[in-house]
Design a protein around this ligand. Structure first.
Ligand code: PMV
Length: 299
């Protein structure tokens, strides 16, 4: 038997960095998926763009940990992904969730989705040292999620363009940037705490505006959120160039997504082709995509 499961990547509409200090955020699953094919085999093998290995905690740490955690007999695992790696779009969560779900079905285990999300979060913590549960939760359940309540909001019915700067992709980047913000907050609490609080306020307003489907209003708040992330020192010239190119091309709003320091930005727009072209002209790689309610699923 063969089982194929896929799991989505995610973007932050609002609230990255502030969420570390208990402020609310809104994260959304996007229709960029990692597919994992699992079948029983005589020899353990893991294949992806980076090569074919056996259980290998250096080259395929997330998949190897997932296989180990599930206590599986010999299987072969094939991975293909539409999610750029280490760029703030939750690629490691998606591969972990899809692998756990495919093994779950292929090997006749009966874990519920809650358990898959929990195991995936544990694996991310083991591999990375620290990880928020957001990526693995959103990848498992899909949709638009308010953090930390995990309340599901309405799906956004407008287009999305992701702009990848192609710079600064690194799994260690998030930890460094979180530390950098913590230091700033410790040094200038009276200046930085209000910024963090204001970022938290966007998720509160965002919940109402998402329900009203006022995407131009949502875009305005995304723009302010971007400015405040810049104020916290996590933006780069390349990110802001793609953000401004998107706004000038008519996007409702645009901001960096995830930890920053490079990686990706997102633009909310119903003119996806125009915005994508503007991003490409400014030196970024544009990905036209949509929001999705589908989390991990069997294909
Ligand atoms: O770059 P990402 O997708 O790992 O997002 C990081 C989001 C932060 O708020 C900066 C950190 C966190 O764990 O929430």
């Amino acid at each position: 038997m063969t089982t194929v499961c896929s799991a989505p990547g995610k973007i932050y509409l609002f609230g990255e960095h502030a969420v570390v200090y208990g402020e609310p955020a809104i994260a959304c699953a996007v229709e960029l998926r990692t597919r994992v094919k699992v079948k029983s085999s005589t020899k353990m093998s893991i294949s992806s763009d980076i090569g074919t290995t056996g259980l290998d905690f250096e080259i395929h740490p997330y998949v190897s940990s997932a296989i180990q955690k599930m206590g599986t007999p010999e299987i072969s695992v094939e991975i293909s992904s539409q999610i750029p790696v280490g760029s703030g779009l939750g690629s490691s969560a998606a591969v972990t969730v899809a692998t756990l779900a495919a093994i779950n079905i292929e090997c006749g285990m009966c874990y519920e989705k809650e358990k898959i999300a929990q195991m995936a979060h544990d694996i991310e913590k083991e591999v990375q040292g620290a990880a928020s549960p957001t990526d693995t939760f959103v990848s498992t359940f899909g949709g638009v999620i308010e953090i930390p309540s995990r309340k599901k909001l309405d799906l956004l019915e407008c287009g999305l363009v992701i702009g990848n700067t192609g710079k600064g992709a690194s799994p260690k980047k998030t930890a460094n940037l979180v530390k950098q913000v913590a230091l700033l907050k410790e040094t200038y609490p009276d200046s930085i705490n209000p910024i963090i609080k204001t970022i938290g306020s966007f998720a509160k307003h965002g919940q109402v505006i998402v329900a009203q489907k006022k995407y131009d209003e949502l875009g305005k708040l995304m723009n302010i959120n971007h400015g405040l992330l810049d104020a916290l020192g996590v933006c780069t010239l390349e990110l802001s160039a793609l953000v401004y190119a998107s706004r000038n091309a008519g996007a409702y709003g645009a901001k960096l997504t995830g930890a920053g320091g490079g990686g990706c930005m997102v633009a909310l727009t119903d003119s996806q082709e125009v915005v994508a072209l503007a991003i490409e002209k400014t030196g970024g790689r544009a990905i036209i995509t949509t929001f999705t309610k589908e989390g991990v699923l069997q294909e």
